[in-house]
Ligand binder design. Structure first.
Ligand code: ZN
Length: 386
């Protein structure tokens, strides 16, 4: 069965512009200019991707998540969704705000996006945020650096979303309600979610295919993160173009649906895995695929901590856990450390680092590791975030 949204009810705070009698009404409100990340979060709260959250984390919620990995009602939850505006104008506005105020949230381009019903302000405990969620205070960690750059005062409260965000991936940016409808239309009851932040290579494909072969899975929802990624990652438009070319050529429409998820990437290892699994449950997925070192960065996390996190926290999603997968020249096919008996020297390295190096040197990517349709997109160049 398509699972209930997390917490039992799909949040829908999308009220549309009409709810406040058009633009003029906003002019009298204090306003905050959101960053791109915050705009993504406001939108995802509004469409229910973060159900049961109805707004940005209050102080009590922040404390509950960072001290016990749970919401105030006891549901496991690993990442607070924090709004701590920075910049001189925002800071002045924040200082003037009082609990009970309605605040206009403008998106990163300055257009009205949402209304915040301020429940309270609090001093953001940045070290606690970094240590409890990301496991480090090291500002070389991309998300810790972002926390460092946030404002010092956080704003909590529910939001009303005035509109969807503009996106170059609009046809893939389904709401949880829309993905649930599509799953039903396809007759899927058990849907596995595949989280991606790279163009597909054959080790990814292998995991997707063996998942689709399971008799407890009806369909696969591939939903790459296309929000803000970090330097050295592939550009979101490249990831989507590659996935589009790949999915339409190699998968049956009856079995696979391609979406996208515009949120800033949280490189928090196991805590991010838990968060992404909850989000995918809201999109209607019953299963969640976890490979090696998902949502990792550098060497901050044990590559298999993302497997174990589901033993500690039950979020109503069945994890499908895979060891490291690779092409083995002795097996003559894709395999994994769970199956293949051959020495490491027989494995064809499919790491993104290697693929990027081949691309940078103008070489051809071996077809054992990447489909030609994907390889030709990557070979065009200008595919990496500088
Ligand atoms: Zn082998």
């Amino acid at each position: 069965m398509i699972p209930q949204p997390y917490g039992g009810r799909l949040v829908n705070r999308l009220v549309g512009h009409g709810a406040r009698d058009g633009m003029d009404d906003y002019a009298s409100l204090p306003s905050i200019q959101l960053t791109l990340d915050e705009s993504y979060d406001a939108e995802k709260i509004g469409i229910g991707a973060y159900s049961p959250l109805e707004g940005f984390s209050s102080e009590a919620e922040f404390e509950s998540i960072t001290s016990g990995t749970k919401l105030e009602n006891g549901l496991p939850w690993s990442m607070p969704v924090v709004l701590a505006p920075s910049g001189r104008r925002n800071t002045e506005t924040v200082e003037s705000l009082r609990a009970g105020d309605t605040v206009l949230l403008n998106d990163h381009l300055g257009s009205p996006l949402a209304l915040l019903h301020l429940s309270g302000k609090y001093a953001l405990r940045k070290d606690r945020f970094a240590e409890q969620v990301y496991g480090t205070k090291d500002t070389k960690h991309p998300n810790v650096e972002e926390i460092h750059n946030m404002g010092t005062t956080a704003l909590g409260g529910s939001i009303d979303l005035l509109r969807r965000l503009d996106s170059p991936f609009l046809k893939y940016e389904l709401t949880p309600e829309e993905s649930r409808e599509q799953f039903s239309r396809k007759g899927w009851k058990n849907v596995a979610a595949y989280q991606a932040r790279n163009p597909p290579h054959l080790a990814h494909e292998y995991i997707q295919r063996i998942t689709l072969e399971r008799d407890d899975v009806d369909g696969l929802f591939i939903q790459p993160v296309v929000g803000k990624l970090k330097k050295g990652d592939y550009k979101p438009e490249v990831i989507m173009e590659a996935y589009d070319a790949f999915v339409s050529r190699y998968y049956r429409e009856e079995s696979v649906l391609l979406g996208s998820l515009s949120i800033s990437m949280r490189y928090a290892g196991p805590k991010a895995v838990l968060f992404y699994a909850i989000v995918r449950r809201n999109y209607g997925c019953s299963h969640y695929i976890v490979g090696r070192d998902q949502a990792g960065v550098g060497s901050y996390y044990d590559p298999y901590a993302g497997h174990r996190v589901f033993d500690e926290f039950d979020v109503g999603v069945t994890p499908i856990r895979y060891n490291e997968t690779f092409y083995c020249s002795d097996c003559k096919g894709m395999t994994s450390t769970k199956v293949c008996p051959h020495p490491e020297s027989s494995r064809v390295n499919t790491s993104q680092t290697r693929i990027r190096r081949i691309l940078a040197e103008g070489g051809e990517i071996p077809h054992e590791i990447i489909r030609p349709e994907v390889a030709s997109i990557l070979a065009r160049g200008n595919v990496i975030i500088e």
